[in-house]
Design a protein. Structure first.
Ligand SMILES: [Mg+2]
Length: 220
């Protein structure tokens, strides 16, 4: 079995920013579109305490109804084809029912069977610090892939942990940061994942059928 693929959920596989903007713009002195979010700290942008910010997310129940980003199902399907276990590593520790609601949502979206583990980063803890726990789950010493939209998470994983391909999902809130290993769309992440897999297996032609199948679906 290949080493695990670690994927972020909010604003990586799923679109949080659109419904979150609606929630935050209600009663806000200044309203913003997600494309105007230039920093990751939205509580600060909307002049909310961290507690009030997280409470708005929990009370609005938006996490329960997020839409998948375009290409998310293809990315997960390729992981399944490669037999690479998928770990959803998400900083939803502020939500009291984070793990249960994430699994329920994944089932509703038809992707639960593509996910091996959901790991919730405890509130106040760094996401990167959970990587050793993920590796231990699978008895391996490195992960194949790590995809996240928070620049700090990707940088820290790149610097401190053993991940073959740490990749940044470009979003407005990380666009001002220089990080060369980035993609702007999930289909690019999928091709990078396949390249990473080929890099560790040294079998570049074995998975041509997967690439063909993937691009075949995209062109229809
Ligand atoms: Mg995220």
């Amino acid at each position: 079995m290949p080493p695990p693929v670690i994927l972020d959920l909010d604003d990586t596989l799923a679109n949080l920013c659109t419904p979150l903007a609606e929630v935050l713009n209600k009663n806000a002195t200044t309203r913003y579109h997600p494309k105007d979010w230039k920093e990751f700290n939205l509580a600060k942008l909307y002049s909310l305490s961290d507690e009030a910010f997280f409470e708005r997310i929990v009370q609005s129940k938006i996490l329960e109804t997020l839409e998948l980003e375009e290409g998310a199902q293809d990315l997960l399907a390729v992981c399944s084809r490669l037999r690479a276990p998928v770990v959803i590593l998400t900083s939803r520790g502020y939500h009291p029912r984070a793990e249960a609601l994430t699994w329920k949502w994944a089932a509703q979206k038809g992707i639960a069977n593509s996910i091996s583990e959901v790991v919730i980063v405890p509130k106040g803890q760094k996401k990167s610090a959970c990587v050793p726990q993920v590796l231990e789950m699978f008895g391996v010493d490195y992960a194949l892939f790590f995809l996240d939209d928070h620049i700090d998470n990707v940088k820290e994983v790149n610097e401190h942990y053993n991940v073959y391909c740490p990749l940044l999902m470009r979003r407005p809130w990380n666009a001002n940061h220089r990080y060369p290993n980035n993609v702007t769309h999930l289909w690019q992440a999928t091709t990078r994942l396949i390249a990473a897999y080929e890099g560790i297996t040294q079998r570049p032609t074995d998975h041509k059928n997967i690439v063909d199948a993937y691009f075949g679906r995209r062109s229809t």
